[in-house]
Design a protein around this ligand. Structure first.
Ligand code: HEM
Length: 153
């Protein structure tokens, strides 16, 4: 093989490699963006509610609440208000004639959750640990009601 042919092959290989790198750089972010678009905001809101809820349940078992508990309730409340304005992904499978009632019922359950979280915030302000424990348990009941109707769990 001559030196000229070898350097030609090397040039073709180098161009091929560069083209692959550029194409990967263009295609991968496009897939990532598609994934981002697909995840409905309610999922992130629920994850924030869930993270706070788990910590609060731990505190409820010990019946000792820290200053941090108040901040957790605030985050859960803000995300519940945001979720109140969302449309559960399941809605797309509901017949048009039943959609309005389906969404109103969703809001009614989320409103119950919001009110309980407000009461919980006030119980913590008052240092009412017994009251806080009861309200955290009520959150579990509301969660179950919401998930039974609005998730495919
Ligand atoms: C303490 C209360 C609650 C907690 C801790 C909680 C937690 C969660 C978690 C961990 C998820 C899964 C998120 C993911 O896929 O990564 C979720 C999804 C969801 N939750 Fe909740 N949730 C609560 C209350 C509620 C209530 C009251 C409702 C309805 C009124 C509700 C409706 C939904 C819906 C619609 C989804 C999305 C389901 C889907 O992917 O189609 N949640 N929740």
């Amino acid at each position: 093989m001559t030196l000229g042919k070898l350097s030609n092959r090397r040039t073709i290989f180098t161009f091929g490699l560069m083209a692959t790198i550029v194409a990967t750089g263009l295609i991968l972010p496009a897939f990532a963006a598609e994934d981002d678009e697909k995840e409905p905001p309610i999922i992130q809101q629920m994850e924030k509610i869930s993270s706070g809820y788990k910590k609060l349940r731990r505190e409820a078992r010990r019946k000792t609440f820290s200053e941090g508990s108040k901040a957790l309730v605030k985050t859960m409340l803000v995300n519940s208000i945001a979720a109140f304005h969302e449309v559960p992904p399941m809605t797309k499978d509901v017949p048009a004639s039943k959609k309005a009632a389906f969404l109103l019922q969703y809001k009614a359950i989320m409103k119950k959750q919001i009110v309980v979280m407000m009461d919980l915030s006030m119980a913590l302000d008052k240092g009412d640990a017994d009251g806080a424990v009861k309200l955290i348990s009520q959150l579990g009941t509301i969660k179950k009601e919401g998930h039974d109707k609005y998730t495919e769990e």
